[in-house]
Design a protein around this ligand. Structure first.
Ligand SMILES: [Zn+2]
Length: 215
């Protein structure tokens, strides 16, 4: 069957809602997955209908954008570990539990669909080369690269890695495990990120930014 017009959000919701009413949620056996962080029963919340107008994301239009503010001036030395003319690597605002957690962001305020051809090309190179650099200097098997973009408008790829051999942290639930596990102290986390940044400079140029206390 061909559909001439894509479903509207309201139509999607009505169809899905009717399916839930008829058959319930699909039965996903996450509890059998070793990577599922929880034990016991969880209950799925009722599915909210779509809103008519989405709320603005943080930093919308470049106003009060945390990424823009933290990447400029003196604050950049705390926030960033690497930058070139187009992109920068920053650390999460709150410390992570993982051996690598950083953001790949554009230098200017834009989102994924606003990239120039040069930015898009450089982004592809950097997604590849950050993984190569990280795997060379840290005991991580690969990087998980995730772009949600629902929280703030300024393009930021989440780059996260689990320790090699920690099979329970593989895949979809890595970010949930990151929320649950004790945070890594800020200073060694920063030092590890700087190792990656210096190797990245060797591979693709740009500038590694050392923390002022260690430069
Ligand atoms: Zn911004």
């Amino acid at each position: 069957m061909l559909f001439a017009v894509p479903e509207t959000p309201a139509e999607w919701y009505e169809r899905v809602r009717a399916g839930i009413d008829a058959d319930g949620y699909r039965d996903v056996d996450w509890r059998s997955w070793r990577s599922w962080p929880f034990d016991g029963s969880l209950w799925v919340r009722p599915l909210d209908p779509p809103v008519t107008t989405e709320p603005p994301r943080a930093g919308a239009g470049g106003n009060d954008c945390a990424q823009c503010e933290r990447s400029q001036g003196a604050a950049a030395a705390d926030y960033l570990v690497w930058r070139d003319e187009l992109f920068m690597l920053g650390l999460p605002f709150e410390a992570s539990s993982l051996p690598l957690a950083m953001f790949l962001m554009t230098r200017r305020h834009t989102d994924l669909s606003g990239l120039t051809p040069d930015e898009a090309q450089r982004m592809g190179t950097l997604l590849v080369e950050v993984e190569r650099a990280a795997c060379q200097v840290l005991a991580v098997p690969r990087i998980q690269a995730v772009r949600w973009g629902d929280g703030s408008e300024h393009l930021h790829w989440w780059l996260m890695a689990r320790p090699t051999g920690m099979l329970q942290l593989r895949g979809t639930f890595l970010s949930h495990w990151d929320d649950l596990l004790p945070r890594q102290p800020a200073e060694p986390a920063r030092a590890d990120a700087e190792f990656v940044a210096r190797r990245l400079v060797e591979r693709v140029g740009g500038e590694a930014l050392a923390h002022p206390g260690r430069a």
